[in-house]
Design a protein around this ligand. Structure first.
Ligand code: PGA
Length: 245
């Protein structure tokens, strides 16, 4: 009952020329799994105008709808440009811009108010994993980054261990299963089973065609948030196919 989601995060990569990748991805999109690309904000409007079966999202938004915030972009602006999703609280935002769980929660509310689905990211650092704090960290981030009015339609959660992002290192399927099972339980505890069961849980961090099938077989993994391997349709399409199978 949860529709699988293959989400691509282009990060700070891509110019107009790279939007041709969306055309090349159309064959893989339109199946059972939903396909989403989050390009840099400069490309959101052009991408949305040529998106076909692909959903388009932003990579961040401000917590306010408008105002004196030089360089920032608001959720209504992303919506106006044709986005339907926005990634929030990515570990690169948390690290590079000092984003706190509380700020992520405010941004999530701003996204909802604009009609965007928020993809809220959580995940531990290597130090935290090695000192046995993974579930504490993920539990705390989940509790404090999610406002109360979560639904399966307005929110997706992405578990992205910081040490797995862009490193080629991937947790074992048991490690992924532990965290995803823990997140599902935490959501059930807070929101009740009926609601919690509608919320999609993505895994992110060095997902590629060669490991996608194994990761997607893990219980409570409803798709992936993919960085590097989402830039080229030839890399991303097999990941989408693995989710469709
Ligand atoms: P990666 O990035 O797939 O390049 O590891 C994932 C992410 O940061 O969302």
């Amino acid at each position: 009952m949860r529709r699988k989601l293959a989400a691509g995060n282009w990060k700070m990569n891509g110019t107009l020329a790279e939007l041709s990748e969306l055309g090349a991805l159309q064959g893989a999109a339109g199946g059972n799994a939903e396909v989403l690309i989050c390009p840099p904000v400069t490309l959101v409007a052009s991408a949305a105008a040529n998106a076909g079966a692909i959903a388009i999202g932003g990579q961040d938004c401000h917590s306010a709808a408008s105002g004196a915030h030089t360089g920032d972009v608001s959720a209504p602006m992303l919506r106006d440009a044709g986005a339907t999703y926005v990634i929030l609280g990515h570990s690169e935002r948390r690290a590079d811009h000092g984003e706190s769980d509380a700020l992520v929660a405010y941004k999530t509310q701003a996204a909802w108010a604009a009609g965007l689905t928020a993809i809220v990211c959580v995940g531990e650092t290597l130090d935290e994993r090695e000192s046995g704090k993974t579930l504490d960290v993920v539990g705390r981030q989940l509790a404090a980054s999610l406002p109360d009015d979560v639904t399966g339609a307005n929110t997706v959660i992405a578990y992205e261990p910081v040490w797995a992002i862009g490193t080629g290192k991937v947790p074992t399927t048991n490690q992924i299963a532990d965290v995803h099972g823990f997140m599902r339980s935490a959501l059930i505890q807070r929101f009740g089973t009926d609601l919690a069961d509608t919320i999609r849980l993505l895994y992110g961090g060095s997902v590629k065609a060669s490991n996608a099938t194994e990761i997607f077989a893990v219980a409570d993994v409803d798709g992936a948030l993919v960085g590097g391997a989402s830039l080229k349709a030839t890399d991303f399409a097999p990941i989408v196919d693995a989710l469709n199978n």
